[in-house]
Design a protein around this ligand. Sequence first.
Ligand SMILES: [Zn+2]
Length: 267
Amino acid sequence: MNRIENEATVEQRKNDLWEKAQKSELIERLKAGESLQDIMDSFLSQVKNVFTKLKRIACSDGRVFPVNGDAKLGIAGEGILLDEDALTCFINECIRQGVEGVDSHDDCGAAGAAFKEDAKGEATADDLGKTFAKKLSDRAAIDYGHIALKDMTGEIHNERVLCLDGTGMFNPGALLEGNKMPGHFLCSGCGFGLGAEYIKKEVPILTGIALGHGFEGRFDEKDNKFIIIISAKDNEQLAEMTEVTEKAVEKYGDRVEVKGFVHNIEA
Ligand SMILES: [Zn+2]
């Protein structure tokens, strides 16, 4: 296939994925004017494990889910973008909460960003990502695995929304079945010892992927904004996370919208 045909095919596949996302129950109900809180409450009454123990660390990437079927604790590049203090904090909290494993994956954008900054003697970005995740698994004394491209949901970024969770238990992957939730990034760090600095670094990078080489120009400033969905354990946390997130994505203007809902986690 020549390059032009190839590009046309990619655009067609993106159009198909976009149509599927537009037809997801979440997007259709938001467009109809329903509140995110009401929509999520109704999903919770219909689907099991929307809030559950997150057992396995994997990339925020919407195409990546643990191969063994465990609920994903999403963080960009499995934490490769964190500085040493934040990483230590994250690992300690993962140990405390009983996280069981970590998976690196092929074609990781976060590993690519880290590789550009410092290759640390590795030949490729994916090698750097694998080495990082292996080290993390050693430090936390948890299982390590790798998700190959063939085990990802596809090669094309399909993220229509970004889920930023503060409860440490939000598992939006459970809502993919029946197309309730569209393809999404999942950032779980705020439930695992990380805060404003994490949001400021991770959320703009992922938003840039969606607006840049994901669905890109299909997002607009009117009915088709890229939506950041914050899940929080109470109104106070929701207000704090919303404020930080809105500032963090200000540079993207009106193509991005921050929405939130509250789910009380029983201690
Ligand atoms: Zn990744």
